[in-house]
Write a protein that binds this ligand. Structure first.
Ligand SMILES: [Zn+2]
Length: 408
């Protein structure tokens, strides 16, 4: 079947990164009904032992093979790395933050720049978080009402009032491929009442967000709240799905509850999220969290850990964290991870990296951040392969078995 294409809207898709298992797209191959530069999602393979699955998301800025890790560029930069370096890790999408960019440099600047892609020099897909989590965790003197949330900017104390509609408008101007609704993110609590009130407000805001959203080539995702209570999670999920979003996120997981409580929510709610939409777990990013989330059927993940750990010299490996400042690496001329193929591991030793950190050289944090981002992108690429080969369950058990038991 020949499908009509719209060249004025369709930007060229790029080849899949090194972590992908699909190979490059053949430009002469027939295109699916969703290959029109708009948002689309299809599932590809399902694991037989867990709820893990692979899939493909199409966006105006290219394809995303799921499950995938999204490096975080809160301020329009993945800290310490150039966009070219980020792309070379195999990253197919990054995350940025509407609230932070609204505070600085301001939405007028981003509008004049032609949106976030051109402002920051990144041509692949971007997901923007609404900033709900940041507003409810970073700012002071919040005034929460049905209409929206008023607060002082965490940066200069300026009074700001944001509504669900305004947050949609900001993300439309940023031009991200995937936008998130504004949600209320209550702190971790074992009390039901505040969690119930919060999910109800989030559901009403979600409805307004959907009604306000106009940008046709941008996906809008709803966010499921409900804390540690499976029944409240289900209620939030049902109310969010009723509104009909392009994808669904689990918010408020790994925010202070115990590991067992987080996993309980993941394992129960993940598989119940709509199968035909992308499922995004917000803010999870250690190797073991990612394995659990993938096995619960989640597709998209983000976390600041790769660059935050990178800045202090803590490096992910398949056996646990390597802290390069540690004195025992003084004359250790192995790479951080002998199995890793990143630029850092192919060229530099633990001894040299330790030296850079000891001398406060800026290359140290940059090189360890680069390794950490690569490591998680590569891990998810490997996970996609294992799911497609039907061996994910075994891979997960082996990975967990060799991981340092003190770091779980
Ligand atoms: Zn490496």
């Amino acid at each position: 079947m020949k499908t009509t294409r719209h060249p004025e809207r369709l930007r060229p898709f790029r080849a899949v990164g090194p972590g992908g298992s699909e190979g490059s797209r053949d430009p002469s191959a027939p295109v699916g009904p969703q290959d029109d530069g708009k948002f689309g999602f299809e599932t590809r393979a399902f694991d037989t032992q867990t709820n893990a699955r692979t899939g493909l998301i199409r966006t105006p800025h290219g394809q995303i093979h799921t499950p995938i890790f999204m490096p975080v560029g809160t301020q329009g930069t993945v800290k310490g790395l150039t966009p070219r370096q980020v792309e070379k890790t195999g990253a197919e999408i990054i995350l940025s933050n509407a609230y932070h960019l609204y505070v600085r440099p301001g939405i007028e600047t981003l509008q004049k720049a032609g949106g976030l892609h051109s402002f920051m020099g990144w041509s692949k897909p971007i997901l923007t978080d609404s900033g709900g989590y940041q507003i409810f965790s970073l700012t002071r003197l919040r005034k929460l009402s049905e209409e929206g949330v008023g607060f002082q900017s965490h940066f200069d104390g300026r009074e700001i009032f944001l509504t669900p509609e305004k947050v949609v408008e900001i993300q439309e101007i940023l031009g991200s491929d995937i936008a998130m609704v504004l949600d209320e993110c209550p702190p971790y609590t074992q009390e039901r009442k505040p969690v119930k009130n919060s999910l109800e407000l989030t559901a009403r805001w979600a409805k307004r967000s959907k009604a306000a959203h106009q940008k046709e080539d941008q996906a809008l995702f709803g966010i499921v709240q409900g804390g540690i209570f499976p029944d409240l999670r289900r209620e939030s999920l049902a109310r969010t799905v009723e509104i009909d979003f392009d994808g669904y996120a689990l918010g408020g997981v790994f925010v202070g509850e115990s590991r067992e409580e987080s996993l309980e929510i993941l394992h129960q709610i993940g598989p119940e999220m709509p199968e035909d939409r992308p499922r995004y777990l917000m803010g999870a990013g250690t190797p073991l969290e990612l394995l659990e989330a993938v096995s619960s059927g989640l597709d998209l993940f983000d976390c600041v850990t790769p660059t935050r750990y990178g800045r202090t010299g803590s490096a992910f490996t398949s056996k646990g964290l390597v802290v390069v400042r540690n004195g025992k690496y003084n004359q250790d001329f192995q790479p951080i991870d002998p199995d890793c193929r990143c630029y850092t591991c192919e060229n530099f030793s633990r001894s040299y990296l330790r030296h850079l950190f000891n001398c406060n050289e800026m290359l140290g944090p940059a090189l360890v951040s680069l390794h950490n981002v690569y490591f998680l992108i590569e891990l998810l690429g490997r996970i996609r392969q294992e799911i497609e080969q039907g061996t994910f369950g075994t891979f997960k058990r082996n990975f967990e078995g060799q991981f340092d038991s003190n770091q779980r």
